[in-house]
Design a protein around this ligand. Structure first.
Ligand code: ASP
Ligand code: MG
Length: 439
């Protein structure tokens, strides 16, 4: 079996949904199709939810009506027959009734999750009605019956596996299954989700649970590119990446794949393909165990980084100093991305300002603390790059004039990270594109 996941833009217009139907019916292999909400819907649901949380009910009501009008139009353009249109309207009415009911009850976090789940529930229903109208046999698998997270919000792969195989077993002989990305149940049995962009994660968990031959992530770009196309003129798709390389890239800024979606595929050794709905024949990117070639494959940048330097003569010849510092970050559930040390100072970076004031206050107990905000991590990713001297030379030659604040080298074979002031990001990515990739 294989898994095919389609993101919001791939289902966001009726004609794109028609295209998805063609793609999923091309081969013979039994397939589970994972769908996101129509593009824009989840953002809309977030703003409805915010309206309710802030007690702006008239704004929320207006948005619900606006969303409903959008879906009415979508139904008319997606479907041809009156029967199918009527069916879709009846099915979606349920969701808009729900949204209108919650306008009258008091807001809670559980309700927020219920609101956010409506997007994927609606996109899969619409798609199912469309497939039915087109005469494509399929089964709608409710993700809320198998996708499960525990009290720490970690997916429970064991139970996902059991529940999903029961559902598939009950539908023996069927070849095409449609399910929702993003949504799940939590340890209390409530509706929950895998965080924004989480449909990729759903797909990879489903692929792991059924031991799929491949997990295809279909988007609107032909794979992961060597550099950020929004910033540099010419970028090229990367043909092959190892799971480790892809994880670095996804985490450090390549927006195409949700970073958490790497581990299930890696752990169960399922190749992930990044493919383009607008150009289905393009090779895209394959992510698997083997890296393929040696050398730099891509650069990615992550903004909004804060660098913190803790300087203390007490660090000299002391042990346990780093532990004490790390404990402060642990206490505030803030993860550290980069770290470098000298004998009397340690510099590290975080990507969240959420508890910055509290963290800084506690760090002051250990020495003098300085911070630099508005920093960017530029991550250079490839195979065995840190051991290959020519690669390093090329890299630093290319960015000769950029004021580099920190370098992280040797943490893994696949990655060198540089911390630079955000104002130099565009120039750095452009220089690397020229100097390293010759583009
Ligand atoms: N619809 C959800 C979101 O917009 C999940 C996803 O698309 O991956 O975040
Ligand atoms: Mg996405």
């Amino acid at each position: 079996m294989k898994v095919m996941k389609f993101g919001g833009t791939s289902v966001g217009k009726p004609e794109r949904m028609h295209g998805v139907a063609q793609l999923i019916t091309r081969g013979d292999e039994p397939t589970i199709v994972v769908l996101s909400a129509l593009s824009g819907t989840t953002n809309f649901l977030v703003s409805i939810s915010n309206g309710l949380a802030g007690n702006d009910r008239s704004d929320a009501k207006q948005k619900i009506d606006q969303l409903e009008a959008h879906y009415q139009q979508f139904i008319n353009d997606l479907l041809q027959t009156d029967t199918a249109r009527q069916k879709a309207r009846t099915q979606l009415a349920e969701h808009f009734e729900f949204l209108n009911i919650i306008l009258k009850i008091s807001f809670s976090e559980a309700l927020n999750k219920d609101i956010l789940a409506q997007g994927e529930l609606m996109s899969t229903k619409l798609f199912s009605v469309y497939l039915e109208e087109a005469g494509v046999e399929h089964v709608l698998l409710p993700a809320l019956e198998f996708m499960q997270i525990d009290a720490h919000e970690e997916p429970q792969i064991g139970s996902i596996k059991v529940k999903l195989s029961q559902l598939l077993h009950a539908n023996q002989g069927k070849k095409l299954f449609i399910t929702q990305g993003y949504i799940c149940r939590n340890s209390k049995g409530e509706v929950d989700n895998l965080k924004r962009g989480g449909s990729d994660y759903s797909a990879s968990l489903v692929a792991a649970a059924i031991n799929a031959s491949v997990c295809e992530i279909w988007t609107d770009i032909d794979g992961m590119h060597n550099n950020d196309p929004r910033v540099v003129d010419k970028t090229v798709p990367i043909e092959q990446l190892s799971f480790d390389e892809a994880a670095e890239l996804a985490y450090f800024g390549a927006k195409i794949l949700h970073p958490a979606s790497i581990w299930p595929a890696q752990h169960f050794n399922i190749p992930v393909k990044l493919l383009n709905t607008m150009d289905p024949e393009a090779k895209g990117t394959v992510i698997q165990q083997q890296a393929g070639s040696v050398g730099i494959k891509a650069v990615a940048a992550k903004d909004g980084i804060v660098a913190i330097k803790i300087k203390s003569s007490r660090m000299l010849l002391a042990y346990g100093f780093l532990r004490k510092i790390f404990e402060v970050f642990e206490k505030y559930r803030t993860s550290i991305d980069m770290i470098t040390t000298s004998e009397v100072a340690v510099s590290l970076t975080i990507d969240s300002q959420e508890n910055l004031a509290e963290i800084l206050k506690e760090l002051e107990a250990f020495g003098s603390v300085e911070i630099d905000e508005n920093q960017t991590i530029v991550s250079i990713v490839g195979n065995e790059i840190a051991q290959t001297p020519e690669v390093m030379k090329k890299l630093f030659n290319a960015i000769n004039n950029i004021p580099v604040r920190m370098v992280s080298y040797g943490g893994s074979k696949h990655n060198v990270s540089l911390l630079i002031p955000a104002a130099y990001k565009v120039e750095t990515l452009q220089l690397l594109n020229k100097g390293v990739f010759g583009l």
